[in-house]
Design a protein around this ligand. Structure first.
Ligand code: SIN
Length: 285
């Protein structure tokens, strides 16, 4: 697809019927005009994750881009890039087995005000493998039965960082090799509606995820598990997804309130280096 009435200065090509669009005709290293920024924001709202290829950004240009959009949230668990604490490194070395993000999740739902999204920039990626899959939590919600929607609409759920980043997780390879740090800061538990109204689009979205949601409020973990397991399997249905293959210079910018993502760990023996900047969100309801 080329430039359109909604996006006269950029080209927007949808990646699947569910979500995701590749944006062309913009050099993110340059200072964006207000018009182009507005068009990018519009595409972000419509497609929930926007992709760019062939971008050549210094770390400072990556930060400048993020700051045109919003306020940067510094992730307290990820190893920062030297001299650039606003950039988190998402790295897997050739001799490592565990990658970061190989479970369906939405970033930082354990925070009281979860991050709005992340701008992930590929520095070094395998030629084959290491793709990221995104799933639409709008479609996950909209495709539920009215009965299920009614029940979920009255529920809240607890999200936690403790099991993923706390002392219980320090024997993971991520901690042993320094990719993660600060287990003492994994104290955040947060209560969010199971169905949120998206702060930009006003659409309803399912807001539980496999990595960080622990139970429904007022329910035990055991009581919560069967329904959460159903929602996790439902949210991962292939027709809600799109898959992105990375090249050096690719960028994915996703909306945590409308999507899940899953980083495939199918490239053992190869190095993958990504730089991630996360943006602050707003309270969810
Ligand atoms: C993440 O979960 O933030 C990382 C995704 C990826 O490396 O593809």
């Amino acid at each position: 697809m080329s430039a359109s009435a909604a996006h006269p200065t950029i080209s927007v090509t949808p990646q699947s019927p569910a979500l995701g669009a590749v944006i062309e005709g913009v050099d993110l290293a340059r200072d964006l005009s207000e018009n182009t920024l507005d068009e990018l924001k519009d595409a972000f709202g419509r497609y929930s994750v926007i992709f760019f290829r062939g971008q050549d950004l210094t770390p400072q240009q990556h930060i400048d881009l993020a700051e045109r959009w919003g306020t940067i949230n510094i992730n307290r668990f990820f190893k920062p890039l030297e001299d650039f604490p606003k950039i988190a490194q998402v790295i897997k070395e050739a001799d490592q087995k565990e990658n970061i993000g190989a479970v369906w999740h939405t970033d930082q739902s354990y925070d009281e005000i979860p991050a709005m999204g992340s701008i992930l920039y590929a520095r070094k990626v395998p030629e084959v493998g290491g793709d990221t899959i995104f799933s639409s939590m709008y479609l996950a919600y909209e495709s539920l039965s009215d009965g299920m929607k009614d029940m979920l609409g009255g529920l809240k759920a607890w999200h936690s960082s403790r099991h993923a980043f706390g002392y219980g997780a320090t024997d993971r390879e991520h901690y042993e090799d320094g990719r993660f740090a600060n287990p003492d800061l994994a104290t955040q538990d947060a209560l969010h509606p199971v169905v949120i109204t998206h702060p930009i689009t006003g659409r309803k979205a399912l807001y539980v995820n496999t990595d960080f949601t622990v139970r429904f409020d007022g329910w035990t973990i055991e009581e919560s598990k069967p329904l959460l397991d159903f929602l996790y399997a439902h949210g991962a249905r292939q027709e809600f997804t799109c898959r992105f293959h990375w090249e050096p210079g690719s960028i994915a910018f996703w909306d945590n309130r409308a999507t899940w993502h899953y980083a495939l760990n199918d490239y053992h023996g190869k190095q993958r280096i990504m730089h991630r900047i996360t943006l602050e969100g707003v309270p969810l309801n």
